[in-house]
Design a protein. Structure first.
Length: 296
């Protein structure tokens, strides 16, 4: 047991090592890029500059890629700022969109009572179906064979007027996503399908992953619902190219190389015998008598 100064040195060493390990893990984690409008809007709300905060946060919604957490935080701050400005309708709209993007979202415990009351009323309206948030269910994609198209199926209820559903996908490790629109099923109006073309799944000697996410956005490109996002996508595996086994047809007897090997060996043996007989010197004579009947 170490006590005194030695114990303090060891404790500092342990804390320093743990901090370095956590820092290294965080350095390799993929995180969403910083949203300057969100950071500035949070600061303006904290300082009570609610009018400028609303303008700043609105520009933050136009960012090309937002994670679910960033989107929820922007709508939360918009609801907070509008409520302090006395714009309860706009605050309500912001909180409704927050619940559309994150149906399970709960306000922080430190949220002022007035805002919690409004948020509770909105949730109650949703529970009673007076407000219908977009609901999205995405079927999982099992492992796929290369060189074949992949169809992703989703169920979307209460799609808002003018809203669209898109599938975003990319090869794991690639920088940018490609996108394709979902098409509504003709018989079941809640079912939507999007197909990744076959050329996006080339045959390769090793298996690889495809990342994807689904997003429902309104006409202003604001996210209403989604599964996955650009920084925490869903994935499915593309199998390696299968080894092809050639099925050989039965060969005729003369196509078998071993037949000719045997024949060649036999021919060589006969030739060798003939040469030996021809070159062998006679060691004696054997008289032969031939008798023909009818001749004297």
């Amino acid at each position: 047991m170490i006590s005194g100064k030695g114990a303090c040195v060891r404790l500092v060493g342990i804390v320093t090592t743990s901090w370095l390990l956590l820092s290294a893990q965080g350095a390799f984690a993929q995180v969403a890029p910083k949203n300057d409008a969100l950071t500035k809007g949070q600061q303006q709300v904290d300082e009570g500059d609610f009018e400028d905060a609303v303008k700043t946060l609105q520009t933050g919604l136009d960012a090309p890629a937002l994670s679910d957490e960033q989107l929820a935080e922007i709508y939360r701050l918009l609801g907070l700022a509008n409520l302090y400005l006395g714009n309860e309708d706009k605050a309500r709209d912001a909180f409704e969109k927050l619940l559309q993007a994150r149906p399970d979202y709960e306000l922080p415990k430190a949220t002022p009572p007035k805002i919690r009351t409004l948020y509770g009323r909105i949730k109650e309206d949703i529970r009673k179906r007076r407000v219908r948030p977009v609901t999205l269910t995405v079927a999982g994609v099992p492992e796929q064979m290369p060189g074949l198209a992949v169809t992703v199926e989703s169920r979307i209820d209460d799609m808002a007027l003018g809203a669209k559903a898109k599938l975003f996908y990319r090869r794991s490790g690639a920088q940018n996503y490609s996108s394709i629109d979902f098409i509504r099923d003709r018989t079941d109006r809640s079912v939507y399908r999007a197909t990744i073309p076959a050329f996006e799944l080339p045959e390769e000697s090793v298996a690889y992953d495809l990342e994807y996410y689904v997003e429902v956005a309104d006409a202003a490109q604001r996210r209403l619902a989604g599964r996955g996002d650009p920084f925490t996508p869903l994935t499915f595996r593309v199998a390696a190219k299968a080894a092809t086994e050639e099925t050989e047809k039965p060969k005729a007897w003369y196509q078998n190389p071993w037949v000719w090997v045997g024949i060649g060996a036999g021919a060589a043996a006969v030739t060798t015998g003939a040469v030996i007989l021809a070159t062998q010197k006679p060691t004696g004579t054997l008289p032969i008598t031939i008798q023909i009947e009818g001749m004297p």
